[in-house]
Unconditional design. Structure first.
Length: 319
């Protein structure tokens, strides 16, 4: 039996599929408790409480029930609370994009299957990214792409899902402005104007766009992608390919590097998005926190060779 604590975004409190998943796993013998968020800060507080319950032996798996922002908040707060060795984390994907869940092989249309992964699969120890004092699990974006994520209409996201980000980006490409910045990483330096950047622990953002298509979440490295400034006539085509095909669609245009740390400075304010949470900055240091958190994943290419060996933990079955 596994004792699960779900931290559920308040908007999903009445979700019939979630209720069915909880009932199903309880019938199968697992202990499933649910805490529902009501206001800002609840998810982090509940994650800390769940870690304390894990220390007492009452919780084995802490599940983030929501979108990428909820996953970030729960996982980050759980990591900060220093979970005991046998405490692991899972995902119940209930957001618009569910970018990390999709790339991590978590079923986004079957809540019972997703919860069963958290209860019964092996947990893999994954890396966590950190920008200044804030963690990110998946991808940090900067420049135009981060603005699109923030400015996409919530109703459009509800109706169209990830396609809403693509439509918003294409309709606002004329507003596309570049930023100036200086990047440094291990054995790498680049300076100039750029339209967009991504730093990936995971691979995709913005509703399924693979911005860092080769990133791994257990290699101790972050993947940096920079799209340099383009002439006005090139922008629409490049943006359309980026939004439609991801970074692979503009491979000849982008600058890439893989490093355990990345530093950025600028004289201009940069719009940044951390797993769906906006921020503004003129400088940051991104670092990879290696083997930071045990997480239950589906079948995914995010894991490097040998990930089924010493880098994974047994499922948290309790007698």
């Amino acid at each position: 039996m596994t004792n699960i604590r779900i931290i559920l975004h308040g908007k999903a409190a009445g979700n019939a599929e979630v209720r069915h998943a909880v009932r199903t796993l309880r019938r199968e013998g697992h202990g499933v408790g649910v805490r529902v968020t009501y206001e800002a800060g609840d998810a982090a507080r509940m994650a800390q409480e769940a870690v304390e319950a894990a220390r007492q032996g009452d919780v084995d798996v802490i599940v983030a029930g929501g979108g990428d922002g909820t996953v970030n908040e729960v996982f980050s707060a759980g990591l900060a609370a220093r979970p005991p060795e046998r405490c692991s984390f899972g995902i119940l994907p209930l957001g618009t994009a569910n970018d990390f869940a999709r790339s991590a092989g978590i079923p986004v249309t079957d809540m019972t299957a997703a919860l069963r992964i958290a209860a019964e699969s092996r947990a893999h120890v994954i890396d966590v990214g950190r920008i200044n004092e804030r963690n990110f699990i998946n991808v940090m974006t900067g420049g135009f792409g981060s603005r699109v994520t923030v400015e996409t209409d919530p109703e459009l996201k509800r109706r169209l899902g990830g396609l809403a980000y693509v439509l918003t980006g294409l309709t606002r490409f004329r507003e596309l402005s570049s930023n100036n910045g200086r990047f440094h990483a291990e054995g790498f330096s680049w300076e100039g104007r750029f339209l967009a950047l991504a730093i990936g622990n995971g691979r995709q953002a913005g509703g399924g766009i693979p911005l860092c298509p080769d990133a791994l979440i257990d290699d101790g490295l972050l993947d940096l992608m920079i799209l340099p400034e383009l002439d006005a006539e090139e922008r629409f085509d490049a943006l359309a390919r980026l939004l439609g095909q991801g970074a692979a669609g503009i491979e000849e245009l982008v600058v890439r590097v893989r490093s355990p740390w990345i530093e950025f400075t600028s004289d201009e304010v940069l719009h940044v998005n951390l797993d769906g949470e906006p921020m503004h900055t003129t400088l940051f240091r991104a670092a990879c926190q290696r083997s930071a958190l045990a997480v239950h994943l589906g079948s995914t290419a995010l894991l490097g060779p040998g990930s089924n060996g010493a880098s994974s933990l047994p499922a948290n079955h309790r007698p």
